[in-house]
Design a protein around this ligand. Structure first.
Ligand SMILES: *[C@@H]1O[C@H](CO)[C@@H](O)[C@H](O)[C@H]1NC(C)=O
Ligand SMILES: *[C@@H]1O[C@H](CO)[C@@H](O)[C@H](O)[C@H]1NC(C)=O
Ligand SMILES: *[C@@H]1O[C@H](CO)[C@@H](O)[C@H](O)[C@H]1NC(C)=O
Ligand SMILES: *[C@@H]1O[C@H](CO)[C@@H](O)[C@H](O)[C@H]1NC(C)=O
Ligand SMILES: *[C@@H]1O[C@H](CO)[C@@H](O)[C@H](O)[C@H]1NC(C)=O
Ligand SMILES: *[C@@H]1O[C@H](CO)[C@@H](O)[C@H](O)[C@H]1NC(C)=O
Ligand SMILES: *[C@@H]1O[C@H](CO)[C@@H](O)[C@H](O)[C@H]1NC(C)=O
Length: 492
């Protein structure tokens, strides 16, 4: 009987629940930034007949433990517990004073990361019992984002090595940012994430490139994305590099009595070249030269004395590099034009003559046969293809010395350039000699290296500068052995 009464009471209670369903209405989740204010809504939906609210309790559920935040009691009033006292209050404090307990929304001001938790709003009622609901509060922290260049100017040394040129940091963000880079630079980004004890994350990305002439003035953009918001920052690299030198002016056709020849040292450098020096590997510069800045003017007619290996030393704040050109003097002007020696040109002339002869003959014959035809039908382009220059006569592989040492410290680079010369007869040959610490010496001449456009070897310019000028100190003639440097192709 008692059991029956109990069950009846329970069913009655269930019915009250279902029909008059009192409920606690809350948002399922709320979020706010550190330092801002956020409302945690809690509304008791009363029913008819209304139940009696005896107490409302707010609790913080964090890490599995509950902590009281605030209570409201019709008889005892409201109380906010520490450590929330300073920053939490009931939104409808006045109504609560009047025992209107339906809205117990609380307001957090000056939100802190530690406020992130679930909050339970619990109504104790009679006779309905307890009703509660929960809201998840998420606290965001806006990161500090900045991009820094490793240094205002980056120095590209001769030795190529990876360097961090810029770093992009998004510090103490919650949730973490993502960092991307946008640039034409060939490089790599590193990414590092540091989780702070307070739940924020510092994301740092560095951009690594091998600084070089090519990376100078390149733009580097860092793109930070924080909660869908894009923050971009750009820098332009300022790379300092040693001079890249070439000598212009020798066209391979310096013949006796030619006038007004000159050699110009062209250097690309950052900062600009401050000093240009000219040397003749085989001795002192001819007496009739005049040096103006980076140009060597040869006054008067060309003589055999001008022949030799000319070296231009270009110095800027970063380093010293040299350009080299082998000047030889011919007795007669070299035939200009497409590749080929005298035979080729003669062959060409003969071929042109033949073609013209054939063309004229055909034309005349054609004319005679088809007098009524208009002249436009006679298209000379139908004739055999224009002359092809005969291949140049095979040139003797010039494995002889191009220059001679005036000091043991000078390394002479021998460059086999016959093939280039055939392909590019009008291109003045130049060689750029770059420092390369690891270059070993070898006495073997022409030690099997391949022909290269540009080859590098170390040149001790101090030794050059102090080299004695009299030519008598030098060896002469082709075939003399000098010291060779092993040539490393420039791609190293
Ligand atoms: C609130 O957070 C807890 C744990 O973080 C999770 O289990 C629960 O589903 C969340 N509730 C809502 C309504 O998002
Ligand atoms: C959460 O609880 C775990 C163990 O229960 C403890 O190691 C950790 O420090 C707690 N975290 C916070 C924020 O209280
Ligand atoms: C620079 O780093 C990249 C990627 O790690 C690597 O492929 C490259 O060889 C490195 N270059 C140098 C000169 O160290
Ligand atoms: C979180 O911690 C980091 C380092 O511990 C600190 O620099 C940052 O100011 C903190 N953020 C907040 C919002 O307290
Ligand atoms: C050398 O170059 C400087 C700057 O380029 C120029 O002002 C000066 O006139 C030049 N001197 C000669 C002799 O060409
Ligand atoms: C002179 O130099 C040119 C190109 O540097 C080369 O083709 C030619 O063979 C040289 N002539 C002599 C006589 O050394
Ligand atoms: C080197 O100098 C000597 C005179 O000292 C000269 O006879 C010789 O032709 C020079 N060699 C070259 C390649 O200029």
């Amino acid at each position: 009987m008692e059991l029956f009464a109990g069950m009846l009471a329970f069913l009655l209670w269930l019915q009250v629940q279902a029909v008059h369903g009192q409920s606690v209405q809350m948002d399922s989740s709320k979020s706010g930034f550190v330092g801002t204010q956020v409302e945690l809504r809690c509304i008791f939906v009363n029913s008819n007949p209304p139940v009696k609210i005896s107490q409302v309790t707010w609790q913080k559920l964090s890490n599995g433990t509950k902590q009281n935040v605030a209570t409201a009691n019709p008889t005892l009033g409201v109380s906010i517990l520490s450590p929330f006292k300073e920053r939490v209050g009931f939104k409808q404090a006045a109504a609560l004073q009047r025992h209107q307990m339906e809205d117990t929304t609380i307001v957090f001001s000056n939100l802190q990361l530690s406020d992130e938790a679930a909050y339970i709003c619990e109504y104790t009622t009679f006779p309905a019992g307890n009703r509660e609901n929960m809201v998840n509060l998420t606290v965001f922290a806006r990161p500090m984002t900045r991009m820094t260049l490793t240094s205002p100017t980056i120095v590209a040394r001769g030795k190529k090595r990876n360097m961090t040129v810029a770093t992009c940091t998004s510090a103490n963000g919650k949730p973490p940012s993502t960092i991307k880079w946008s640039t034409l630079l060939k490089g790599e980004a590193t990414l590092q994430e540091t989780r702070n004890p307070n739940g924020t994350v510092t994301v740092r990305s560095s951009y690594v490139v091998v600084p070089s002439r090519e990376t100078h003035k390149q733009k580097l953009t860092c793109i930070v994305t924080y909660r869908g918001e894009r923050i971009t920052d750009s820098v332009v690299l300022n790379v300092q590099y040693e001079p890249e030198v070439k000598i212009e002016g020798f066209d391979g056709n310096w013949y006796l009595n030619r006038q007004n020849v000159q050699l110009t040292c062209r250097a690309d450098a950052n900062p600009p070249v401050t000093i240009y020096q000219w040397k003749l590997l085989n001795g002192s510069l001819p007496s009739n030269v005049e040096i103006k800045n980076n140009t060597l003017f040869f006054k008067g007619p060309v003589t055999y004395d001008l022949a030799g290996t000319y070296v231009c030393v270009a110095i800027n704040g970063i380093g010293t590099r040299t350009g080299v050109v082998d000047v030889n003097i011919t007795e007669k002007p070299m035939p200009q034009g497409p590749p080929g020696g005298v035979i080729g040109i003669l062959g060409g002339v003969v071929a042109i003559g033949l073609i013209i002869g054939v063309a004229v003959t055909v034309f005349m014959v054609h004319r005679r046969q088809q007098k009524t035809r208009t002249e436009t039908d006679n298209d000379l382009t139908d004739l055999p293809p224009a002359h092809k220059p005969a291949p140049p006569p095979p040139k003797k592989k010039n494995s002889d010395m191009k220059g001679h040492l005036t000091s043991d410290d000078i390394q002479v680079v021998h460059l086999d350039k016959d093939e280039e010369m055939q392909k590019l007869p009008l291109q003045p040959p130049y060689y750029d000699m770059a420092p390369s610490e690891s270059t070993p010496f070898t006495d073997k001449p022409n030690s099997g290296h391949k022909d290269c456009d540009v080859q590098y070897a170390e040149l001790d310019t101090a030794a050059l500068a102090s080299s004695p000028s009299p030519r008598s100190s030098a060896h002469t003639g082709p075939g003399d052995l000098v010291e060779y440097a092993t040539i490393q192709p420039s791609s190293h």
